[in-house]
Design a protein around this ligand. Structure first.
Ligand code: FES
Length: 56
């Protein structure tokens, strides 16, 4: 599922970034570019980050 249409980032890519070492929304944003354009995806992206961090 696409989370960020501007950058074409999927929830899978966000999870991947976390498995590779990101441990906050900010780090995921810096590493993937998610939420760096219109910002509409920020809420959903944060939620995916939170859920993934709770799992690992
Ligand atoms: Fe993510 Fe626009 S949808 S920055």
């Amino acid at each position: 599922m696409y989370v960020c249409l501007c950058q074409g980032i999927t929830d899978g890519q966000i999870r991947e970034a976390i498995y590779e070492g990101c441990c906050s929304y900010r780090e995921v944003r810096e590493s993937t570019g998610v939420g760096t354009q219109c910002g509409k995806c920020a809420c959903l992206a944060k939620q995916v980050v939170r859920e993934t961090l709770a799992d690992v």
